[in-house]
Design a protein around this ligand. Structure first.
Ligand SMILES: [Zn+2]
Length: 80
């Protein structure tokens, strides 16, 4: 059971997350996990909305993430 204080904390985190934007450095740091989530069939942009948001706006990081996605899927093929 969530206590009232916990709910308020949770709402605050969600709200703050919505108002925050990450920069290219932070985005890049999280691209690995983002690509892995994406390839595992999870909605990566739902799990990591800030990264998804940044990729929407930043062509530079988007091309990096696309390259990374290809790289990771190649790696996965090698393992399988
Ligand atoms: Zn960027």
């Amino acid at each position: 059971m969530l206590k009232r204080g916990d709910v308020i904390k949770l709402v605050r985190v969600v709200t703050e997350t919505h108002e925050t934007e990450i920069g290219c450095d932070e985005c890049f740091e999280q691209l690995d996990s983002f690509a892995e989530a994406e390839l595992s069939g999870a909605k990566a942009s739902a799990a990591m909305p800030l990264v998804g948001d940044h990729l929407d706006k930043c062509a530079d990081c988007r091309s990096k993430s696309e390259a990374l996605l290809q790289q990771v899927s190649v790696d996965m093929t090698h393992i399988a």
